[in-house]
Design a protein around this ligand. Structure first.
Ligand code: ADP
Ligand code: MG
Length: 680
């Protein structure tokens, strides 16, 4: 076996300490390290004019020495070696070395040097401290890697060099040769050399394309292998003459056209004989729950059970309440099953589920624990499903043979990503909001002086009988300066919000405490709910009209949009206040986008552009392997990948042939690392 797949500890200079640092980055072998893709490149062929450099910036300049100063020996014993230089435009730059005369001595007045270091401003003058002098023979372009504390860029570069030697000693390829040539992709060894040690930035794009192709192909084929385990025929075909009118008649509102259309599409799937695999996508507040309720009604009328699974207990409880409201008057029995149901109660619930008395089972992932036996589980709905891992979904799907699956997502998933994640999945979109909704007014305000004014505004809403959320980024005051829920609530109760009823909700409370806090807010026993992002997903209290977000610069666009979606759920005008104390330029830009765009899809796309796929994915908790090179905005590449995946699947559905061995190995490894259950 090639040394590439042995421990990273075999590389020169990698001992136990560095091995554990690499482990933090998910790197265990030289092979893994090769896939540690640079996040950026520094181009030394392209020095920056001194006049354009900024304080604190680490940069490359090209300057000519005009004078060498006399060394200074300070009273504390430090020796300072200084030079005066200027660049081609005549802008001067001081150069300083400390305690080390050698580089200073080697430099000659009148000579020009390319150097790299950090710019300081001292007494109004630009200086570069302890720069590295670059020779023409040095690397022209340096790869900049994602790092972790204790691991430096030069360390990674040196280690990668050895990995590339290992690869050269025993070159191999992960993509089938014909496919590689057909799509004009570089061989793997070449791509690795280029991505880590490029000679120009144009070729980097080609290498990136090759690696992105491979990465997306792996994901496509991996998801295919998962799906392959699900049956092709459903054991639960439903009757297309099922009368759904009683459901419509009993609703307290008229469904939107988009809701009706989605329900019709779902009903058709349920009756088609093959398992439904549908994504119901709709921005926050578009009314997905009513559609889910219709599907449950349809299923119950066919003498089958439905499961509605939510990512948190709060949400499960809320869905349970909603479904009871919708379905109980129609004689359909819904139950709530979460981790906090215990003992006798749980036994009784299990019995009801097993004998079919319970027709709609709402819950958290407790609904697919081994002990839960269903009588006839025909439909599985998961809400906000990107929070579930791929493997978790597969486990649930296996519960009852081949039930129909409906996935509801509020965080808008860009189309390219949806295709990647779901392949042949059908999509229903709720693209209109229920009538009578006013757009939410969003204000971005900066500086702590604005807080009393913002709270003052909240109080005018409270006086009208409305309620408000305030979201803080942390739970407890730590070493960071982030606003923390618990202390913040204390301050508010005795300060700006004295006299108002202030509730608290955060992730470290027990499920019962959370439910209680939520119930009190829903029943208007509290006026203001101070919380963490646990309210991000799905919580529905129409009387709440203000969402204020503290330290808003800490949140991504999609997340802020989710939070904002907690208000604007009634005919009242709603407001969203984004408060930041010291916003960076980038944060200001995000605030600006939030105030000007209210479409979740458009924001998600912006989020993707601003933060790159890595972060975007990371935040989505979808259980998919993180993307390192693939840009989800590259639709033409995606198209090629899908075509390639299809042709591979046709020839070799289980990837058993020799030419697919390498990629299958990678797929299994990836999915094992990224899901609890793995896929073997
Ligand atoms: P989401 O799509 O974010 O899950 P919900 O299902 O929570 O949205 O619905 C948001 C609110 O809108 C709920 O209070 C729900 O009862 C209400 N609602 C849903 N559909 C309609 C409709 N057609 N007309 C009026 N209100 C509706
Ligand atoms: Mg919802």
């Amino acid at each position: 076996m090639s040394g590439l797949f042995l421990s990273i500890g075999n590389l020169a200079g990698v001992g136990a300490k560095r091995r554990s640092l690499y482990a933090k980055l998910g790197i265990a072998t030289p092979y893994d390290l090769l896939y540690h893709i640079p996040r950026d490149y520094r181009d030394y062929r392209d020095p920056v004019p001194v006049g354009e450099t900024e304080e604190g910036e680490t940069t490359v300049v090209r300057v000519t020495v005009t004078a060498k100063k006399r060394p200074i020996h300070t009273r504390t014993g430090m020796q300072i070696y200084g030079l005066d230089t200027e660049d081609a435009e005549g802008t001067s730059l001081g150069v300083r070395f400390f305690n080390n005369p050698y580089v200073y001595q080697s430099m000659i007045v009148g000579e020009t040097y390319t150097m790299y270091g950090k710019i300081n401003i001292r007494a109004g003058e630009r200086e570069i401290h302890v720069p590295t002098l670059l020779k023409d023979s040095d690397i022209p372009i340096e790869a900049i890697y994602p790092l972790t504390q204790g691991l430096t860029n030069p360390m990674i570069r040196t280690n990668i060099k050895e990995c590339l030697d290992l690869l050269d000693a025993k070159p191999f390829e992960t993509l089938p040769e014909t496919l590689r040539i057909h799509y004009g992709l570089m061989p793997l060894p070449k791509a690795m050399h280029v991505i880590h040690q490029p000679e120009n930035l144009e070729e980097v794009e080609d290498a990136r394309r090759r690696l992105a192709f491979e990465e997306m192909l792996r994901l496509q084929l991996g998801l295919h292998l998962l799906a392959e385990r699900a049956a092709r025929e459903t054991d639960y075909p439903m009757d297309k003459n099922t009368n759904i009118q009683p459901f419509y008649d009993s609703l307290p509102f008229t469904l939107t056209g988009a809701q009706k259309k989605a329900i019709v599409e779902i009903a058709e799937d349920l009756c088609s004989g093959v398992p439904m695999n549908r994504l119901l996508q709709g921005d926050v507040g578009s009314g997905k729950t009513a559609v889910a309720a219709a599907a449950c009604y349809f299923t119950a009328k066919n003498q089958m059970q439905s499961v509605l699974m939510a990512p948190t207990e709060i949400l499960a409880a809320q869905h349970y309440q909603t479904l009871c409201d919708f379905l109980q008057p129609l004689g359909i029995r819904a139950v709530l099953l979460t981790g906090s149901v215990k003992g006798k109660e749980k036994k009784a619930l299990y019995a009801e589920i097993a004998d079919g008395t319970a027709q709609v089972i709402v819950g958290t992932h407790a609904v697919f624990q081994k002990k839960v036996e269903y009588q006839r589980l025909g439909l599985v709905i998961t809400d906000e499903q990107h929070r579930f891992g791929v493997a978790q979904r597969a486990a649930l799907a296996e519960k009852g043979g081949a039930p129909h699956k409906l996935v509801m997502s509020a965080t808008p998933i860009p189309r390219t990503l949806a295709l990647l994640m779901y392949g042949d999945l059908q999509v229903s979109i709720l693209d209109v909001k229920p009538l009578g909704r006013l757009p939410i007014k969003t204000y971005a305000v900066a500086g702590s002086k604005m807080r009393p004014r913002a709270i003052g505004f909240i109080k005018t809403e409270l006086e009208k009988g409305r309620q408000a959320y305030i979201v803080c980024p942390a739970i407890q005051e730590g070493d960071s300066e982030l606003k923390a829920v618990t202390t913040y609530a204390e301050e508010m109760r005795s300060g700006l919000l004295a006299g108002w009823r202030v509730g608290v909700l955060h992730g470290q409370m027990t499920p019962q405490e959370k439910d209680e806090a939520m119930e009190k807010f829903r029943d208007r026993e509290t006026d203001v709910l101070i919380c963490t992002t646990v309210v991000e997903v799905g919580v529905d209290v129409p009387n709440a009209t203000v969402m204020m977000i503290e330290d808003a610069d800490r949140f991504g666009l999609s997340q802020m949009h989710q939070l904002r979606g907690r208000v604007g759920r009634s005919g009242y005008q709603s407001h969203c206040i984004l408060l930041t104390e010291h916003p960076t330029d980038e944060a200001r830009e995000r605030m600006r986008l939030m105030s000007s765009i209210d479409d979740g899809f458009a924001l998600a796309q912006k989020d993707l552009e601003l933060r790159g796929p890595g972060d975007f994915f990371g935040n989505m908790q979808h259980g998919l392997p993180p993307m390192k090179t693939a840009s989800l905005t590259d639709a033409s590449l995606l198209h090629d990948v899908q075509e390639a995946a299809e042709s591979i699947i046709q020839k070799d559905p289980l990837l058993e042939s020799e030419e697919h061995r390498a990629i299958k190995f990678d797929i299994l490894r990836l999915f094992e690392q990224n899901s609890e259950n793995g896929m073997n």
